[in-house]
Design a protein around this ligand. Sequence first.
Ligand code: UDP
Length: 330
Amino acid sequence: MKKILVTGGAGYIGSHTVRELLDNGYEVVVYDNLESGHKEAVAKAKLIEGELADSGKLQAALEGIDAVVHFAAYIYVDESVAEPAKYYRNNFSNGLVLLEAMRQAGVKKIVFSSTAAVYGEPTEIPVKESSPTQPINPYGHSKLMFEQALDWCCRAYEMHGISLRYFNASGAHKSGELGDAHLVQAHLGTAAIKAALGELSELKIFGTDWDTADGTCTRDYIHVSDLARAHILALEKIEEGEPHRVYNLGTGKGVSVKEVLAATKKVSGADFKVTETGRRAGDPQALIANVDKARRELGFETTESDIEHIIETALRWHQRHPKGFSGGSS
Ligand code: UDP
C-alpha cells in the first residue's frame, strides 16, 4: 500500500483529496497546522499538527512516505496584495523547506496544488499550459515561483513533480460531510447559496457589460471531487515523462455569473434578490481551461462538474454545516 503525506490536508481541496486517497486504498498522513484547516475534515486519516517551516518535524513525518501532495498555503488574493511577504514566506519559502526535508528523507515524488492565478489576465481563451504566466497578484506569483523552483529541483535531485493548476474549485463532497468551510471570503457559488438560504439579503453581480453572451463574466467551475481524483491520477503517472509537468484542471467550458445564479435558484427552489453593480477590480472577463493535456496524459475526465450538481452538493454542505466545521469561522 502506498503511503502519502498530504500537507494542508485538513483544508477544502486537501480534505476531499484525502477522502479520495483513503477510498482508493492509500494510507494517508495529513500534515497541517490547523490555522485554517479542520480536524473533523480528516477524522479518518492520521493527523500530524505541524508547521511547514518546522523542517525537523516534517522530516520525521516523511519517514516511510512514498509521495507528498502539497496543499498547505495561503489562498486569499486580496490579502496577498496587502501582505505580500506573508504569501512569499508561506507559499514559496516554506515550500522550499518541504522540498529540502523531502530530499533529506529520500522522498522523491510530489504533486503540487497550483492555480490558474499563475496566468494572470489570460492572453488566450481557453488557456493552455503553454500560455504566458504573468500573475497579477502575490498569491499567483508565489504559486508560480514554487512551480518554477520545483521544476529545477526535480531536474537536479532526480525528483518527480506535477503541478496542478486549478480553475474555479467549487462544490462539496456528495456525502454532505465535507465542503468549503471558508465562510469569510465568499466566492460566487458560496455567496449564491447564502442568498438562497436567506443568509445574504441580495446577490450582487459584478458587471453586466462584459463582451460575453449574457454580459457577465465566465469561469470554468470544477467540482472539488473531480479535482481530488486528478491528484490520484497524477500520483499514478508521476514517473512518466518529464521530471516536472504542469496540468490545467477545469472542464474546458465557461459558465456565466447569470448561469450560476439561475442554477442556484433552480436547485434550491429559492428566489433571491439579484442586483447588478459595476465591475470588480482585477476580474478577467473569462477564465476557461484548455484541459487537453490532462485528458491525454493523465486520463483526466470530470464527472461531477455539471453546474447543477456543483450547486446541489454545495447547498447540502451548507445546510448541514451552517457554521462550517464545529462552528469554526475560518
Ligand atoms: N461574482 C459576482 N458576485 C459575487 C461574487 C462573484 O458577480 O458576489 C463574480 C466575479 O466578478 C467573477 C465570478 O463571479 O466574475 C467568479 O468570482 P469568484 O470570486 O467566485 O472567483 P474568481 O474567478 O474571481 O476567483
